[in-house]
Design a binder for this molecule. Structure first.
Ligand SMILES: Nc1nc2c(ncn2[C@@H]2O[C@H](COP(=O)(O)OP(=O)(O)OP(=O)(O)O)[C@@H](O)[C@H]2O)c(=O)[nH]1
Length: 241
């Protein structure tokens, strides 16, 4: 997918944006596909090698993108089976979705279709319109740097993209920030298009108690208070210049 955004100019760290548009994104996918790495790479520009298995976290990150001030709220989910009600709450909360698989893990690829149907089903079932638009979604095929361990070919990804009619970005979160940023820029463009074309009454903005319980990390604050353990000490040190 192409966007009108130039990478270097449009993504930069800013102060607070009182009048910014808030965009909520959920990252879904099986365990160990790189969901946390993707979120942290986008926000800090750094690749951090090892994390504890994800305790769910909402990252809050303010940037300018395509000239807009944007407050991203990015929910990094735990890549494990969970209560259907909980996943439903998270899906209802979001404006857009990143669904990640690893090219080194066939099971994670097989899971993408189920997750896409789940997201579509929950949005369709809850919409008051007869023909709701599907929510903005992007598929990310991660770890393309591990060519030697590849179990999902580029062609497999292409077939999936065609059958789901969704954008697919093959990336290496490890090797580059631009590819990762491109994922969030493309998704943001789709979300904005949908927000601007549908009346606000059709959008889900209610925040359930469950969502309020998920720890939040602001990109302007140091990590540590949530109990989340990373292999770096200060989030502030890793923010882009
Ligand atoms: N080689 C390579 N390794 C990666 C890449 N992205 C993530 N990893 C590694 O894959 C492992 C899992 O990454 P995480 O970001 O913790 O994966 P996750 O999907 O959040 O996992 P859960 O928290 O269990 O759901 C870590 O060791 C990362 O360093 C990549 O692009 N290339």
């Amino acid at each position: 997918m192409t966007t009108n955004f130039g990478l270097s100019r449009t993504l930069r760290r800013t102060g607070s944006f009182p009048s910014a548009r808030t965009v909520r994104i959920v990252i879904l996918g099986q365990g160990a596909v790189g969901k946390t790495a993707l979120a942290v790479r986008f926000i800090t520009k750094r690749f951090i090698g090892d994390y504890d298995p994800t305790l769910e976290t909402i990252y809050r990150h303010e940037v300018t993108m395509g000239g807009d001030a944007v407050n991203f709220e990015i929910l990094d989910t735990a890549g494990q089976e969970e209560d259907a009600l909980l996943i439903e709450e998270k899906i209802k909360w979001a404006d857009g979705f990143v669904i990640v698989y690893s090219v080194t893990d066939r099971c994670s690829f097989d899971e993408v279709m189920r997750l896409c149907f789940l997201v579509n089903h929950i949005h369709t079932a809850g919409s008051r319109r007869n023909c709701p638009e599907p929510p903005p979604m992007i598929i990310v095929a991660n770890k393309k740097d591990l060519e030697f361990d590849r179990m999902v070919s580029v062609q497999d990804g292409e077939s999936l993209r065609r059958s789901l009619k969704l954008p697919l970005h093959e990336v290496s979160v490890r090797d580059g920030w631009e590819e990762t940023a491109g994922v969030f820029q493309a998704l943001y463009a789709d979300i904005v298009q949908q927000m601007d074309s549908s009346p606000p009454s059709f959008r889900r903005r209610a925040v359930s108690r469950l969502m309020e319980k998920i720890p939040r990390i602001h990109s302007n604050s140091a990590l540590g208070s949530t109990g989340r353990s990373f292999s770096f000490s200060s989030f502030r040190d890793l923010l882009p210049d």
